[in-house]
Design a binder for this molecule. Structure first.
Ligand SMILES: [Zn+2]
Length: 669
């Protein structure tokens, strides 16, 4: 394979030039011909850029880091001057090695943004009275925690795009090799979604969403580098927004195999860096030398087009690899196992061990101390022990903050994506997210007051709902039922807008059933699992947007029965009952004989529900829960439809209207 790479992350922990050169010597001895130099990340900016001195003045410094469970004080600071970078390139050339610099765009940019916050996003804030734009909404700091953060560079400001191009100009001058890596992974787009500049860019470029905005930015950089005669490498998430032209190379590390396969089918070149096979920052016992050697050289996604697989790369991330000695231990002689595979050398386990012994002896002569032979091959007991140690590390009390913040940020991203999937009106979705962001004010600042619009309640409910979807009662239920059911949140907000003219959520008392998987939307109707004294019943609800068409209704009931049989077998045969103004026998007096509602009623054995509280005002007159709670003056009821007119007159004349109730006993006709 032509590309035999290893990656050093010098952002999380700085590696001085002298040590870096020694590691390169070792990698060359192991057969590697490419060093991918991870120079910038949330936790540090390590390359001098003459036009933007604050990148290193501010971005290369941080306090003690806290990455998982190692509270430590070494190699948190430092950067490479341009003279040193040239020295590294020269050293590489002497070894027959190419250096690929990586400048992360648009994510993992906390250090960059801490130095130049003016290239971050602005933020639109919505309140009941309208919207305002905050010019400098976020406070950025060089990261001292591990994880994925929302600190992206703004893709909407032309000045930000120019800033990136200026940086790439200097990078291209320093590194004569054919490739520049621009990252493109793990970019969570919460800043972009509320930034007026990013949103304007999306509109002007005719893009669909923020994913496509990322692709637009990646393309902009790729074209720029292409004009300078460079190919651009990106992590495989960059294929999210669609296929990329052939001056891009994709580095595959996790997920979305089909996107990568599609890119290769179109002729795109790929570097394989699977997290489970090649990340040499993982403990030896998780990924020993034999695991690395014996994993297939051509991963599944590359099988159809192995000719487009450039090669393999072994990344060493340095969150918990805090010094060069530890790096030597993690990298050597493990990367030799990957190189052997790329060279197509066939070996059994004993031959591999004996070969690694030879290589290790040679590495020692150039001052490198590889991991001892005792860890090269892990037995089951060692693996179990390592797994336990890793769990203990993750659950250590000093790691709790790191995981909590990571979990919160990931959950917030999931929540925002859900709100988008539910088509929640964006101003209100933003309010909900602003409330949710209060969990991690260090990334979003403190929000304005919310004036009782229910956004806080919705944020808290969605949080529970997502937990229930991840590991609670919703866990295995079908995606479509989940999304259809959760759309009630949007419906209720839209209903509130229709009744009052402003967005709010006042149905939290109702939606607790949906979030706990007790009430499901299946087709046109909703089905609630209710435990009554007399036993289990399925309560049927009619959403306001339901189409009371016979075929759709019968299909809904059929699907609901089948859903229950599969997922809630105890409920499969339970009677389906409806209690609603829609099944009130009183309606007959107010509706034409061929009305769909009267036809709908015929499927039930109806009776008057004298005790039931009538929901007539809510549904017929479109009043929201808040208005009902405040008390209603009948004189103010709308008279837009014939039914409204008749019922209003009836109520004003002192008439009482009761709901009906009944069991579903026949098909809808
Ligand atoms: Zn922006």
């Amino acid at each position: 394979m032509e590309y035999r790479g290893f990656m050093l992350d010098c952002a999380r922990h700085f590696i001085p030039v002298k040590d870096l050169c020694r590691l390169m010597d070792g990698a060359a001895l192991c057969g590697m011909n490419t060093m991918h130099w991870h120079l910038v990340d949330d936790q540090g900016w390590r390359l001098e850029i003459r036009k933007y001195p604050r990148l290193t003045e501010i971005g290369s410094r941080r306090g003690p880091a806290y990455f998982g469970a190692a509270n430590e004080h070494e190699n948190n600071e430092g950067f490479y001057t341009q003279t040193e970078a040239r020295e590294v390139v020269r050293h590489a050339r002497d070894l027959g090695m190419t250096v690929i610099p990586e400048i992360e765009i648009p994510g993992h940019a906390s250090a960059m943004m801490a130095a130049y916050p003016e290239y971050g996003c602005r933020r639109t804030v919505y309140t009941r009275d309208g919207e305002t734009v905050q010019e400098t909404p976020y406070t950025y700091e060089v990261g001292t925690l591990a994880g994925v953060f929302p600190n992206l560079i703004c893709a909407g400001k032309d000045t930000s795009v120019r800033f990136l191009k200026d940086i790439l100009d200097e990078v291209c001058e320093l590194f004569p090799g054919p490739f520049v890596h621009i990252g493109g992974d793990e970019a969570i787009k919460q800043h972009w979604r509320r930034c007026p500049d990013c949103q304007r860019r999306i509109r002007e470029q005719g893009l669909r969403d923020e994913k496509e905005l990322q692709k637009w930015l990646v393309m902009e950089m790729g074209r720029y580098l292409h004009e300078k005669g460079k190919k651009t490498i990106v992590w495989n998430e960059s294929l999210d927004g669609g296929i990329l032209p052939d001056y891009f190379v994709v580095q595959h590390w996790l997920g979305n195999d089909s996107d990568t396969a599609e890119f290769m089918a179109a002729g795109g070149k790929v570097i394989s860096s699977e997290i489970g096979t090649y990340y040499v920052s993982r403990p030896w016992a998780f990924m020993d030398a034999w695991d690395v050697y014996s994993a297939p050289a051509v991963p599944d996604y590359a099988k159809a087009h192995p000719e487009n697989l450039l090669g393999i790369e072994t990344p060493m991330w340095s969150e918990r690899v805090t010094n060069p000695a530890r790096a030597e231990y993690m990298i050597f002689p493990r990367i030799r196992a990957a190189a052997l595979k790329m060279e197509g050398v066939e070996m059994d386990r004993e031959q591999l061990l004996s070969h690694l012994r030879e290589i290790s002896a040679k590495l020692e002569t150039i001052g490198i101390h590889p991991a001892p032979e005792s860890v090269w091959i892990a037995d089951e007991a060692t693996r179990a022990e390592a797994k336990k140690a890793d769990d203990a590390r993750r659950h250590a009390p000093e790691a709790a903050d790191t995981w909590r913040i990571c979990d919160d940020l990931m959950r917030l991203e999931a929540m925002e994506k859900l709100l988008i999937a539910l088509d929640m009106p964006r101003p209100f979705a933003t309010r909900v997210m602003d409330c949710a962001f209060q969990k991690v004010p260090e990334f979003f600042g403190t929000a304005e007051n919310f004036g009782g619009d229910g956004a806080e309640e919705m944020a808290s409910q969605l949080c529970t709902a997502l937990d229930n979807r991840s590991f609670g009662p919703w866990k295995d239920l079908p995606e479509q039922v989940w999304l259809d059911t959760m759309k009630c949140f949007t419906r209720f907000v839209r209903e509130h807008i229709a009744s009052t003219g402003w967005a709010a959520f006042d149905r939290g008392f109702w939606t607790t059933r949906q979030i706990h998987a007790k009430l499901f939307r299946i087709g046109e109707l909703e089905y609630e699992l209710v435990e009554k004294e007399e036993g289990k019943i399925i309560s049927i609800h009619i959403p306001t947007d339901a189409h009371l068409e016979t075929d759709l209704l019968n299909a809904s009931v059929e699907q609901a029965r089948s859903f229950l049989k599969t997922w809630f077998a105890d409920w499969a045969e339970a009677p389906m009952r409806c209690s609603s103004w829609l099944v009130s026998p009183d309606l007959e007096a107010f509706l034409p004989q061929d009305s769909r509602i009267l036809r709908w009623q015929k499927a039930f054995d109806l009776e008057r529900d004298e005790d039931g509280k009538s929901s007539l005002l809510m549904w017929v007159f479109g009043l929201c829960a808040e208005q009902l709670a405040a008390g209603v003056d009948l004189n103010t009821l709308k008279e837009e439809t014939a039914l409204q007119k008749k019922l209003k007159a009836f109520l004003l004349s002192g008439g009482t209207f009761v709901n009906g109730k009944g069991t579903l006993v026949r098909r809808f006709e």
